[in-house]
Design a protein around this ligand. Structure first.
Ligand code: PMP
Length: 305
């Protein structure tokens, strides 16, 4: 269960959590036309809360909406401010942040264009997504029987609500089979991403990641590429086959919710020696320090509350 807090920002107003309800004719509920973001806020040194890469997330939210021909009826700076304010009013210094843009009720049918575009900004406390144990020792994953989106079926640069049916099908399949996460292949059969994370592999000191053709252009992915490059490790974006993953020395997943999670086993094959490897550990540590403001390299990535 989501841990309830006091207030939710809905269409420009702070309202009590229990009053943030919608009508059953809400268009997005029926057809999935909506976009959202997942963002984290961390408590750093001195008890200071800061949202990680807030501007990049909000830029992606507006881009996602633009791709779906949805005009967000608020200027960006108002949404940026609401994202900070929701933590302040709820007296949270850390947690998960969920801006959601959706089509309200009014017209029904696929042709509807007059429905109000509505915006919610929600924050709640949220621990590790794939479990503390997974972050520490790695998770077991399974390649999905569900293919990741084709670039011309759904728009993969948009973090669209409807895109997540594909992710949920894959995630549930893996979990029902006893795994924690799934790795999805694209329509050509190359590795795309996990259900809610991007993927990296390490082989003989080289770091590879698939291009973001079918995968979401992850902000954690971008952060990791930057951190690795700053420490002299080049990351190559390239097509990766399923069996290249099997023989990798290390695999890790990146995402706002999952942060940096090692994969210790894929399709019942152990990855490397079955323990998180040195590059994964290094990236995890740097990311951990960066988001909490201990590593001062990128102050521009922290939006202090
Ligand atoms: N891929 C998918 C499908 C996702 O849902 C997410 C989470 N937003 C990611 C990758 C990682 O993106 P980010 O690092 O921006 O959270």
């Amino acid at each position: 269960m989501v841990q309830k807090v006091d207030k939710i920002w809905l269409d420009g107003k702070m309202i009590p959590w229990d009053e943030a309800n919608v009508h059953v004719l809400t268009h997005t509920l029926h057809y999935g036309m909506g976009v959202f973001e997942g963002i984290r806020c961390y408590e750093g040194e001195g008890g200071r809360g800061a949202i990680f890469r807030l501007e990049e997330h909000i830029d992606r939210l507006y881009d996602s909406a633009h791709i779906l021909l949805m005009k967000i009826p608020f200027p960006k700076n108002e949404i940026l401010e609401a994202c900070k304010e929701i933590f302040r009013v709820n007296k949270l210094k850390a947690g998960y942040l969920r801006p959601l843009v959706f089509m309200g009720d009014g017209e029904m049918g696929l042709h509807a264009t007059s429905n109000k575009i509505r915006v919610a900004v929600i924050a709640w406390p949220w621990g590790t997504y794939l479990g503390d144990e997974g972050v520490k020792n790695g998770i077991r994953a399974k390649v999905s029987s569900f293919t990741r989106h084709h670039v011309n079926v759904t728009m993969t640069k948009s973090k669209a609500v409807a895109n997540y049916v594909n992710s949920i099908l894959a995630k549930r399949e893996a979990m029902l089979a006893g795994y924690e996460e799934t790795v999805m292949l694209d329509t050509e059969g190359y590795v795309s991403e996990a259900s809610g994370e991007n993927i990296f592999l390490v082989k003989k000191g080289r770091v590879l990641t698939p291009p973001t053709t079918s995968a979401l252009q992850g902000i954690t992915r971008d952060t990791v590429i930057e951190l690795l490059q700053e420490s002299g490790i080049r990351v190559k974006e390239t097509h990766i086959s399923r069996d290249e993953l099997y023989i990798a020395d290390e695999i890790f997943l990146t995402g706002t919710a999952a942060e940096i999670t090692p994969v210790r086993e894929l399709d019942d094959r152990s990855i490397g020696d079955g323990k998180p490897g040195p590059i994964t550990r290094k990236v995890q540590q740097e990311f951990h320090d960066l988001v909490r403001g201990k590593n001062k390299k990128h102050p521009e990535w922290l939006a202090v509350l």
